[in-house]
Design a protein around this ligand. Structure first.
Ligand code: SAM
Ligand code: SF4
Ligand code: F3S
Length: 475
């Protein structure tokens, strides 16, 4: 995975196929082993850590070698057709393993499990278990059933499941940065999107459990948490005793107050819901990072309407202006879709011109992939030819490349506080971390350690990385 995409694991191709190994656990303490592979967004990766916790409570140890597993789980994504094709290919590989190793169980979890339900068992004959995102507590039971030759299926969606009481087992962790789910599901019916169907209704997690998870992470040595939700700004939790409400800004403030040494990030913000209250809270706390992922999807108001995004081009631009007015150095990223139903060249030019206006530091760009069952699939024709979609996508990518390079170049000569996350893959004598605005910074190791904060002066850059040297340690 390119390090610059560390925050945005929801952009599926970025981390596809990564296996998890919880190194903190003694593998000999368990008789059976599971192997889990995760695809899709950060929430799916966070869910795999909940699944690992449930399995370990039930006598399974983890392995990062699928060949030595008794149970293989694939936590899947349905966001685009390509994501599903990757999973199917992988399941075919596991079927081969299953033939060679009778007794091996293969389970499919996550959004594809939810979308295809028992069809998965009928059509594919690839798996023994199909478990939707709200049914992970029943995994031990389903495994038991599958062991006796029955097929285990549970794809019930819940209105209140948040796994709040389950302490995730941090998988493949660097010990410095962690994801913390603060809500599940989504109530926004963006017409292109499968998530409301695969993840169900939006629900917010008990604020006390979010704070206590972040507190524990800090005590364990973690120095950054990313609060996760499909639409974090609509977080709303009501205290059962006194009926008081906790908004996202309030939750973020409480997390920031755990320690000034704990960085706080969040993803994803919906342009219709991000409030001044959130921006003022970001301003108030130095440890809340000045970085906002604000997906726009299209620059054309007409297309935005068809997408059911509930804002116009002008509304979005006004949000960006407001962010830059209040937090001038705020890093900004986006998601955009090229070639949505009926998109004309004029609409596409509006996407390009919006991108020109916003000059994103990072952009995740896709061409439209029709998803069965979504509002767009039912109402509109997927009528932009594939070659046109791809050409428009390429134009967005080319323009964004110019902006991201300029965004890196403007940092040369500046000094940033960087949280060190690991050793550079290219050079063991160098470390890498990120600055407040989420830019990756690489610099010589010297006496610094992973998990420390350090001031780094930037001397040069590539398109994705700032290169510098530490000027003064500040731990
Ligand atoms: N909740 C976030 C939001 O509101 O933007 C992100 C949701 S989704 C996990 C991540 C991105 O995938 C979306 O922002 C969108 O750009 C893209 N996406 C979703 N459905 C898509 C589709 N059918 N075809 C292409 N891209 C899609
Ligand atoms: Fe999908 Fe829209 Fe919900 Fe994001 S806000 S998950 S794009 S429906
Ligand atoms: Fe995430 Fe993919 Fe599901 S992006 S919510 S894992 S469809």
């Amino acid at each position: 995975m390119p390090v610059e995409t560390l925050l945005h694991k929801e952009h599926d191709e970025a981390r596809q196929g990564e296996a998890f190994a919880p190194f903190s656990v003694d593998p000999n303490a368990y008789t059976k082993k599971f192997y889990i592979e995760s695809y899709g967004c950060a929430m799916n990766f966070a869910d795999s850590e909940v699944v690992a916790s449930i399995l370990m409570e039930n006598g399974f140890g983890a392995t990062d070698q699928c060949e030595e597993a008794d149970l293989i789980l694939v936590n899947t994504c349905s966001i685009r057709e390509k994501a599903e094709l990757t999973v199917r290919k992988r399941l075919t590989e596991f079927r081969r393993l299953k033939k060679a190793q009778p007794g091996l169980l293969v389970g499919v979890l996550g959004c594809m499990a939810e979308r295809l339900k028992s069809k998965f068992l009928e059509e594919e004959q690839l798996v023994d278990m199909v478990v939707g995102p709200d049914a992970y507590r029943t995994l031990p039971l389903l495994i038991e059933e599958a062991t006796t030759g029955q097929k285990g299926v549970n794809v019930l969606l819940s209105r209140d499941e948040t796994y709040a009481d389950i302490a995730p087992v941090r998988l493949n962790s660097n010990g410095v940065t962690a994801f913390v789910s603060i809500m599940r599901g989504c109530n926004n019916m963006c017409s292109f999107c499968v998530v409301p169907f695969t993840r169900g209704r939006e629900r917010s997690r008990d604020a006390r459990s979010v704070i206590s998870e972040c507190q524990t992470l800090f005590e364990q040595g973690y120095r950054e948490v990313t609060l996760l939700g499909q639409n974090v700004d609509s977080y709303h939790w009501i205290h059962e005793k006194d009926g008081s409400a906790v908004t996202f800004a309030m939750l973020m403030e409480q997390v920031a107050q755990i320690s000034p040494e704990l960085r706080v990030r969040f993803s994803t913000s919906h342009p219709k819901d991000i409030t001044d209250e959130v921006l003022f809270t970001m301003l108030k706390y130095e440890n809340i990072c000045n970085y906002i992922h604000l997906p726009v999807q299209s620059g054309s108001t007409r297309v935005l309407q068809m997408m059911n995004r509930t804002y116009s081009r002008e509304w979005y631009i006004a949000k960006v202006d407001r962010i830059r007015e209040l937090i001038p150095d705020c890093g900004l990223s986006t998601d955009m879709i090229a070639g949505f139903c009926t998109e004309t060249e004029e609409d596409h030019r509006e996407s390009l011109s919006l991108m020109e206006y916003c000059r994103y530091d990072l952009a995740y760009l896709y061409f439209y992939s029709e998803r069965p069952g979504t509002l767009a699939a039912r109402r509109f024709q997927d009528d932009v030819p594939e070659e046109v979609k791809k050409r428009r996508l390429q134009e967005l990518i080319d323009l964004h490349r110019q902006h991201s390079l300029k965004s890196m170049q403007k940092e040369v000569g500046k000094t940033f506080k960087v949280l060190i996350e690991g050793t550079s893959k290219k050079n063991s004598q160098e470390l890498f971390g990120r600055n407040d605005q989420n830019k990756v910074v690489v610099f010589p190791k010297r006496e610094h350690r992973i998990g420390d904060y350090v001031q780094v002066k930037v001397n040069s850059c590539t398109a994705g990385t700032l290169l510098g040297e530490s000027v003064e340690p500040i731990t």
